[in-house]
Design a binder for this molecule. Sequence first.
Ligand SMILES: Cc1cc2nc3c(=O)[nH]c(=O)nc-3n(C[C@H](O)[C@H](O)[C@H](O)COP(=O)(O)O)c2cc1C
Length: 207
Amino acid sequence: MKVLLVNGSSHTHGTTARALDEMIGVFQAAGVETEVIQLGGSPIADCLQCGKCAELGRCVIDGDGVNAFVEKAKEADGFVFATPTYYAHPSGRIFSFLDRVFFSNSDVFMFKPGAAVAVARRAGTTAALDALNKYFGISQMPVAGSTYWNMVHGRIAVDAEEDLEGLQTMRNLARNMIWMMRCFELGQINGIPYPETEWDAKTNFVR
Ligand SMILES: Cc1cc2nc3c(=O)[nH]c(=O)nc-3n(C[C@H](O)[C@H](O)[C@H](O)COP(=O)(O)O)c2cc1C
């Protein structure tokens, strides 16, 4: 069982990484493999809406981690998308990254649990979380919850140590994801079919 955790910060050891570390501790104690995808400081291109991914099955822009992530995602059982809050929204780099991941390959994520995490010095986390949760909702991904909204506060990583409830929320979130992944695995073993999905209706007109 494996969870991929996307860190949408440029800081490898920033507040977002600190929040994810709290989850990773719980995952690893339960024998769940983890891998952090660090988006880092290099540019990540925005989606061009060129439509080539529909033909190619991958994004036409190569080399900035999007297609490599999709390949890893095919083998993963759960996902955490974590971001610093920038002006009450997710970082631009995680938006660009996830737009291209999901526009090219949303079926890879279907029926696998996801969780969004936002960190901030002070505020704007709920709006950032709302934006990240949109990727799950449109891709038939069950969303894991916790004992508070999935946020940790701190301007820098060391501040997060004082946000005891935030760190507790991360630990409970990881536990809930583990429970969901185990339930889904048992469902598969016991022959519970995935739900049928209808795709035929595409009403593109403006209401
Ligand atoms: C461009 C920019 C905008 C920011 N906007 C907010 C904000 O709206 N609310 C907030 O509380 N913190 C804001 N911050 C602070 C970061 O969210 C905070 O320092 C966070 O801990 C950084 O996480 P990281 O170390 O993982 O990158 C902003 C930081 C930057 C660089």
